[in-house]
Ligand binder design. Structure first.
Ligand code: FAD
Length: 491
């Protein structure tokens, strides 16, 4: 099936919107009766919504899953082009992420992972491209540079962040760390800039903007400290956890298991291609109205939509002040991720880190070998020198060529900035958002429960956080359901 999402370019076809994926769902609905009042309506079929829907369905509840797109997976989905999965959004997973790993072992997918990097032959270097020009360095030198820059950046306590954030999954905001949420990355750079060499500066900024998808001026320093703490306070683990292990069959091969398991219970109804317009809590049930006029009713709702889209849905009663303030602030991540399938075999072991006004991408590397024995390159940009890759494909091709000379057969990407059901990539907050509004974002309002990776406790911004949140939402829904059933019985 081909999704309406994503773009593919080849010299022969030019730029084409829509990409084949096993995540596209047909038929688009299995609803049997419009009159059903569901135990729970889950809005959004990303990993969070899929987890919530599956858990509630396994728990015996009648569940309706409503999704705006024609596919599952939300910000994590893979295309299937010539038998190869280009990852359009969320990609890498690891056993260091406990929610993800539980699911991987549950679906017996432990041997369905592969390693992105292969430095065994070919170019075997990293091109560092900063304000003073380009130079090739070995991957060992690349690692040493990023690591030394990062250690200066995070060393706020003489313990490389361990002192201020000893428990990164804690339910409470550690006051020692919270103060760093009033700082941006630019504020922290100003404190350490004199201690950085020019090359360390380039490598450090390229790496941290890769993490935030924002700019130095708008990314929260606190949130970066949290990523660092989650990565065992080390660059080695950051690479292991953030950009190493991915599914042979792509993310959609993982997401489809959640959906199929939920369907197998017989308790899941679903409807795709149906953006929700209004969520109205009536006091004893909730009415969900779609843009196409369909109306669904449920005893409870899980809103599994991302932060940057919540303002597009009318909630009644209105969202709490804190939630509203957070949605008005939004998160900053405008990551641009573009894949190129190239004939240059030597680029399999190539990488680049850039931070200069000319380059539109900050980070790129050989990410795989396609069935045609071509090299797959993945490139990342951010709000800095932001590129809209579908605006002018020649500009996008040029931006890729300026990283390294490549003989491109194909480009594949999803423009997350223009995607109305995401309005950005993974969650990365600006200074102040998390300390002020995290608890507001997590709070249920009446019969509506808010769940998304964007406000997870642990691996917030990751697939792991989405599963953590979906599990929390399902638990809340089932507890309330039990309470309502026992109240009815005792009447
Ligand atoms: P989403 O996936 O955003 O799901 C929300 C769903 O709600 C979507 O399907 C959306 O269509 C739907 N929706 C929105 N509005 C409406 C509406 N009005 N009506 C009905 N439905 C609606 N994570 C990792 O762990 N590893 C990575 O390597 C990684 N890399 C990433 C790279 C990119 C480019 C991006 C974009 C993300 C990446 N992430 C990564 C983050 C990860 O993809 C997300 O954190 C995770 O997928 C979010 O899941 P979610 O279910 O919480 O939200």
């Amino acid at each position: 099936m081909t999704s309406k999402d994503g773009f593919q370019w080849t010299p022969k076809t030019g730029l084409v919107k829509g990409v084949p994926t096993i995540g596209a769902i047909s038929p688009k609905s299995n609803i049997k009766s419009d009159a059903t009042i569901y135990d729970v309506i889950v809005v959004g079929a990303g990993y969070c919504g899929l987890t919530a829907a599956r858990e509630a369905a396994i728990g015996g509840l009648q569940v309706l899953l409503v999704e705006a797109r024609d596919r599952i997976g939300g910000r994590s989905w893979s295309s299937n082009i010539g038998g190869y999965p280009f990852e359009m959004g969320g990609t890498w997973v690891t056993w260091g992420q406990s929610h993800v790993w539980r699911e991987i072992s549950r679906y017996q997918m432990q041997d369905e992972l592969e390693i992105s990097q292969d430095y065994s032959s070919g170019a075997k270097h990293c091109c560092l491209s900063g304000l003073t020009g380009k130079k090739n360095i070995s991957h060992d030198e690349e690692d040493a540079l990023v690591e030394s820059g990062l250690r200066k950046f995070v060393n706020v306590d003489g313990q490389y962040g361990r002192g201020v954030m000893p428990f990164p999954h804690s339910l409470k905001m550690n006051p020692l760390a919270a103060k760093y949420d009033s700082m941006t990355a630019a504020d922290r750079m100003a404190q350490i800039q004199d201690s950085l060499t020019q090359d360390e500066y380039t490598a450090l900024v390229g790496f941290i903007l890769l993490c935030s998808g924002g700019t130095l001026d708008n990314m929260s320093f606190y949130e970066f400290l949290k990523w660092w703490a989650l990565s065992n306070y080390s660059y080695e683990y950051a690479i292991e956890y953030l950009v190493k292990y991915k599914f042979h069959g792509g993310q959609s091969s993982f997401a489809i298991r959640f959906f199929e398991e939920a369907l197998d219970t017989g308790n899941l109804s679903y409807v795709f291609d149906t953006p929700v317009k209004e969520i109205h809590d009536l006091g004893n049930s909730v009415k969900v109205t779609a843009r196409n006029g369909s109306v669904f009713e449920g005893a409870q709702v899980v809103s599994a939509m991302p932060l940057n889209t919540l303002n597009d849905v009318v909630f009644s009663p209105r969202l709490s002040q804190g939630k509203k303030a957070a949605t008005n602030m939004g998160h900053i991540n405008q990551c641009v991720k573009v894949h190129a399938e190239v004939r240059n075999k030597d680029l399999r072991s190539w990488s680049t880190i850039t931070y200069n006004p000319k380059d539109r991408f900050l980070y790129a590397f050989g990410d795989g070998t396609t069935p045609s024995n071509n090299t797959h390159i993945v490139a990342f940009g951010s709000q800095y020198n932001h590129l809209q890759p579908d605006d002018d494909i020649d500009v996008t091709l040029e931006a890729m060529q300026s990283l390294v000379s490549m003989d491109a057969e194909r480009l594949v990407f999803h423009n997350w900035s223009k995607d109305e059901f995401a309005k950005g990539a993974w969650f990365f907050p600006t200074a102040g958002l998390v300390t002020k509004y995290l608890e507001d974002l997590r709070a249920s309002e009446g019969r509506v429960h808010f769940a998304n990776s964007d406000w997870a406790r642990g691996w917030r911004s990751f697939i792991d956080g989405a599963i953590e949140e979906g599990t929390r939402a399902a638990r809340t829904v089932m507890d309330l359901h039990k309470l309502q059933v026992s109240k009815k019985r005792s009447k």
